[in-house]
Design a protein around this ligand. Structure first.
Ligand code: SF4
Ligand code: SF4
Length: 282
């Protein structure tokens, strides 16, 4: 499966890639298919990108066994396990991997990188980054070299508005707020979202009131309320027993939480601590 869903708000880097580099992406997908010996390739794109669907369908037509599926626009449709379920009805088991249900998922950017490496001998030294949000003067998608600082990216896009208050590396749901613009673009930097004062709230997070809104919102059917309390109290074994490792860090629970609890922060910390414990135990 080739993931072109790009479901996070604000980000459009994969969308532009699919419109402008569809042939290269599908050549990369064909290389992956050949390497793992599969004959069926499904490209998944959300219906809010009709130009990308059209470009990819045109580019897919010479490839036998390739199809392009249009998916409903639902966050987090682009998450690996959700994508597999939407396209095949198969459920990746808790703690499992896509290969457990006979699937390999690659992002469109990874396919293009494979094409560039194999056909053109160009290693992954650059990627498309969406620089956007009301805090930047001329938002755009930029083909940036790995290692370019966020400061240089922002300067290339006309600089910051005076009241820019927050810089997020990645999308607004799954991204990570930055302390400074000195950080570099990495292979995983999909975007830079710059928000002005008034849009960027800062919350300390209140105690859980057990309203269960997060439980209803979680696409992985976890209990985010319990997990966040375990993480807060450093009960990482309990968090592991409640499957925190299956959390895809989509941020849906944090988005609906009336107590504005920093859920994803708690889960990232719990996962890091559990990995540390597992490493120690050998
Ligand atoms: S971030 Fe929250 S909603 Fe998303 S998978 Fe993890 S626990 Fe569930
Ligand atoms: S949404 Fe927030 S307050 Fe409600 S149960 Fe979940 S963590 Fe607790």
């Amino acid at each position: 499966m080739i993931n072109g869903a790009e479901c996070e708000p604000y980000l459009t880097a994969d969308h532009r890639l699919m419109v402008e580099r569809s042939d290269g992406i599908l050549d990369g997908a064909a290389l992956f298919a050949r390497a793992i010996g599969v004959s069926r390739v499904i490209v998944a794109i959300e219906t809010n990108k009709p130009d990308a669907i059209e470009a990819m369908r045109r580019a897919a037509s010479p490839h036998e066994g390739f199809s392009v599926e249009a998916l409903d626009v639902i966050y987090p449709q682009g998450a690996e396990k959700q994508l597999i379920f939407a396209l095949s009805g198969r459920r990746v088991p808790a703690g499992g991997l896509p290969m457990d249900v006979g699937v390999l998922v690659q992002n469109v950017g990874t396919c293009l990188a494979a094409h560039e490496a194999v056909r053109r001998n160009i290693p992954l030294i650059r990627r498309v980054v969406t620089v956007t949000g009301s805090g930047v003067r001329r938002p755009k998608n930029v083909l940036a070299r790995i290692g370019t600082t966020f400061e240089d990216l922002v300067a290339f896009c006309g600089g910051l508005e005076e009241d820019t208050a927050k810089c997020i590396s990645g999308g607004p749901m799954m991204g990570v707020a930055q302390y400074s613009l000195g950080a570099p673009v990495t292979k995983g930097t999909s975007g830079l979202v710059l928000l002005r004062r008034g849009e960027a709230g800062q919350f300390a997070g209140d105690p859980c009131i057990r309203c269960a809104r997060c439980v209803e919102a979680c696409p992985m059917r976890l209990n985010p309320s319990a997990l966040s309390i375990f993480a807060e109290r450093m009960r990482f074994e309990d968090a592991a027993a409640f499957n925190v490792m299956d959390c895809i860090e989509c941020g849906c629970c944090a988005y609906v939480c009336p107590s504005r609890r920093p859920m994803v922060h708690h889960f990232r910390r719990a996962k890091a601590e559990i990995r540390k414990m597992q490493k120690k135990a050998g």
